[in-house]
Design a protein. Sequence first.
Length: 496
Amino acid sequence: MKIIDNDLLSIQEARILVENAREAQKKLAAFPQKKLDEIVGLIAEEIRQHAKELAIMSSEETDYGNWQDKYIKNRFVSEYLPEKLKGMTCVGVISRDQHNNTMDIGVPIGVVIALSLATSPVSTTIYKTLIAIKSGNAIIFSPHPRARKTVGKALDMMIQTAEAAGLPEGALSYLHTVTPSGTLELMNHPGTSLIINTGVLGLLKEINKSGKPVIYGGNGNGPAFIERTADVKQAVMDIIASKTFDNGVVSAAEHSVVVDSCIASEVKREFQVNGAYFMTSEESQKLSSHLFQANGCVDPEMVGKTASQLASRSGFSVPDSVKVLVSEQKYVSDENPFTKEMLCPVFAYYIEDDWINACEKCIELLISEKDGHTLVIHSSDEEVIRQFALKKPVGRVLVNTGSTFGSMGITTNLFPAMTLGSGSAGVGITTDNVSPMNLIYIRKVGYGVRRPEEMSIGALMGGNPSLGNMSQTSEYNPEELQMLQQILKNVLQGSL
C-alpha cells in the first residue's frame, strides 16, 4: 500500500522553494532598476490579457463575490498599478541630497513569503508579484486552499513570462502542496526575510513566533461617520457602492455607519432609496445566528453573498431591489456580533448626538477589532475632519469617499494597493498602503564635509564654536563641559 504524507511533502517543497529563492535573489539583487522595470512591465502586459478569465475562474472556485467586480480589481492591479510604478526608483541610488552631501541606497530585503485570503486571490497575487519584483525581491506564495487552482494558474502565467524576460528561476514561485505545515516551514525557514500576511488572522500567532518581520493587512470593522455638514446623498451613494463591491469581501469596506442625530432621518431615508434594508430586531438576530459561528468568526459560506442570499439563508426574505442589509445598534461590545468584520453586504448602524460622541463610538469600534484598519468621515467641516484624523487609532483616514475604493487608491491618491497595513495596534511593521518601498531597507551614505580638528563640542552642541567659550552652552554644567572638552581633546590627539 502506497501512503503519501502531504505534510512531509509540503515541508520538503517549502524548504526547496526558500533555498532556491535565496539563491535567485542574490542574482536579482544585482539587477538594475531598468531591468526590473522591464520584467514588471512584461508580467503586467501578459496577465492583463487574462484578467477576465481569471476573475471568472476565481469566482467559480471560491464562491465568493462576483466575477465582474473581481475583473475590475484584476484590471486595477494589471493596468493602473504598473503605471504608478513607472519612474519609481526602489533599488540603487534612490535619492541624493546635494546640499548635505548624503544619499540613500535602496536595498532589497530578500525572500518574501506571501499569504492571502481567498476573497481577492488573483488581484492580490498580481499586486504582490509586481511590487516584489519591482523592488528586487524574491517572493514565494502559499495559496489559500480555496483559491489554489486560480492562484496557481495566474502564477504559472507570470512565472513563464518573467523567466523568459530574465528573472532568475526560483525568484517567483509558489507552494503546490499546500498544507499548514508547509506554510509554517516557509515562514520559519532561516532564508525567509519578510512575511506579507493579507488578512490571514489565524496565522498571526505562528508568524509572531517565527521572529520574522511581518506586514499585516488585517481584518477590519471600519466605521464611516456621516457628520451633519456632509453631502448626505453623495455619502450614502458612496457607502452603498463601496459595501456592495464584490459583495462586500474587501476588508476595508464600511462595516459600521455612525450618523449625526440631527440628520438621522434624512440619512435613513436616503439609504432606503438607494437599496438598503433596515432589519427588524428579530431579523437581525436571525442573520447574526447564521452569519457568525460559535467562535465569533463569520461563517465562510456566508462570505461574499448577496443581500437576498443572506436573508434567504437566515430565514427571512427581502425585495429583489435590496443591495445591503442594515442592523440598527446602540452599543459596542465583544458579545455584539455586529461590531465585527462582516465580509458581505451588511453593516451596523449607530446614531450619536454630535461629532464628539460619534468620535468616541468610532474609537470603540476600531479598538474592538484591535487592528485599526480604516476610518471614513463624510463632512465639510475641516476642524471636525482634523480632529478625527488626529485622535483615531487607525491606519488610514478617508474623507468624503467610499472606503473600498478610497483605501485601495482608486478614488484617492494613496498608493494603489491590495494589502493595507494595519499596524495601529502593534500588529505588523507598517500602516502604509504597502508599496515596493516597504520591501526594501535604506542604506545611508554620508560624505565627510569637515575635519575633526575644525570642530568643537560647542559647535556640535549648537553653541559657540570655540573651545574657550564652551561655558556658553547652557545645557551642560561646568563638570560636564570639562569632561566633554577633555573627550574632544583626546579625539583630536588620537588618544581615544
